[in-house]
Design a protein around this ligand. Structure first.
Ligand SMILES: [Zn+2]
Length: 252
């Protein structure tokens, strides 16, 4: 059995096989025989490369068997009914309990960081985020997970970039690049469901959904309320449109 230095537990162990997209999801969306497309975006938001990736080859190799078959597999089992319900038409799921929102957000974070590590896009997720997830089974500070729907998307795809619009404080103008260092913006498109994971870890700032988009996109993490009401009557027409519907600004 080949050994691997696991990105999550940090220990050299027997290698597991984590699919970039979990098997149950591929089956649920009848996607098994199709190719996945991976599109990569440059800082400017322009597409720099695209590559077709076969589902069978879309594996993340830096995970051990214990993590893969243990806590990660438990997380998958917990998220399956939540995602299936969200994908049902007409959208029967109008709210998420606190527990459901938390499971879905952690799953989105896990899937987004594995997606970045498993594609040939540059590695924009620091190794500390993998370790944090393993050690705390939770999402690090400064990471935001939002949910929306898209009406013309089938199967599975993802977008990743380091693009995020916002306002740099006057005091930070001289080191604006530093302030924005470490940003990542990863969208998972799962059938009609969009899950966007944004990382902006400067504690003087926060990331908000711009005003006027309340019927289109909802924050599931961090959540101020006990549960999340999914009262979304508007949808996106392409997964890439959600990417720029977020803004960073001074924490107030
Ligand atoms: Zn491990």
């Amino acid at each position: 059995m080949p050994k691997v230095l696991c990105s999550f537990c940090g220990i050299q162990k027997d290698r597991g096989k984590e699919h970039m997209w979990p098997d149950w999801l591929l089956k649920h969306l009848n996607f098994h025989s199709m190719d996945l497309s991976g599109t990569h975006y440059a800082l400017s938001g322009k597409t720099v490369s695209g590559r077709q990736q076969n589902v069978q080859s879309a594996l993340f190799g830096k995970v051990c068997r214990e993590c893969n078959g243990g806590w990660m597999s438990q997380l998958e089992s917990k998220v399956i009914p939540i995602i299936k319900a969200l994908l049902e038409t007409p959208r029967s799921k109008s709210s998420l309990s606190q527990e459901e929102a938390s499971v879905l957000a952690v799953w989105a974070f896990k899937t987004a960081i594995i997606r970045n590590a498993a594609t040939n896009y540059r590695q924009i997720v620091p190794s500390a985020h993998f370790r944090h997830l393993y050690e705390h089974r939770s999402i690090p500070e400064g990471i935001y997970v939002d949910l929306a729907f898209v009406n013309s998307h089938h199967g599975l795809s993802g977008l990743q970039s380091q693009t995020l619009a916002g306002f740099v404080r006057g005091v930070d103008q001289v080191n604006a690049a530093e302030v924005q260092d470490g940003i990542y913006n990863i969208t998972l498109a799962i059938g009609s469901l969009l899950l966007r994971v944004i990382c902006f870890q400067n504690h003087a700032y926060t990331v908000s959904i711009p005003d006027g988009l309340e019927l289109k996109i909802v924050r599931i993490h961090p959540s101020q309320t006990a549960g999340v009401s999914i009262n979304l009557s508007q949808t996106y027409s392409h997964p890439s449109q959600i990417e720029l519907d977020a803004i960073f600004h001074e924490y107030d």
